[in-house]
Design a protein around this ligand. Structure first.
Ligand code: SF4
Ligand code: SF4
Length: 115
């Protein structure tokens, strides 16, 4: 099990410890709501990095956190998040369609502009 729990930065439903992320894209593949995507990252030795593209669409399902082999992605605790005045989104058709588009793009961002 992980030995390091990263603290919620505050108002975010899902966040990443990029030091631990191996850019494997598993979390992107399991997200139902098109929240996550890989981005090309020239500064990373991995050539890519995970990006939380649509935090507002996170439904709090925990799939990303549960499937990450490197304990690099975290989802806010439902009760704590609610107590802080926030709530997770509902799964929408738009979000599902975005997830399909990300999947069809090999889990890379469909929003990253050309360099
Ligand atoms: S908690 Fe669920 S909806 Fe939110 S980013 Fe993770 S997999 Fe996607
Ligand atoms: S599953 Fe974990 S290690 Fe893989 S891309 Fe997502 S956050 Fe990074």
């Amino acid at each position: 099990m992980g030995t390091f729990e990263m603290k919620n930065p505050g108002d975010q439903p899902v966040w990443v410890n990029t030091d631990n992320c191996k850019a494997c894209d598993i979390c992107v593949s399991v997200c139902p709501s098109g929240v996550l995507a890989m981005r090309y990252e020239v500064k990373s030795t991995l050539g890519a990095m995970i990006s939380v593209e649509h935090p507002e669409a996170c439904i709090g399902c925990n799939e990303c956190e549960l499937s990450c082999p490197d304990f690099a992605i975290y989802v806010a605790d439902k009760q704590e998040y609610k107590a802080s005045g926030f709530s997770f989104a509902k799964l929408t058709d738009d979000a599902k369609a975005r997830q399909e588009a990300i999947k069809a793009n090999n889990y890379y961002s469909i929003e990253q502009g050309a360099r």
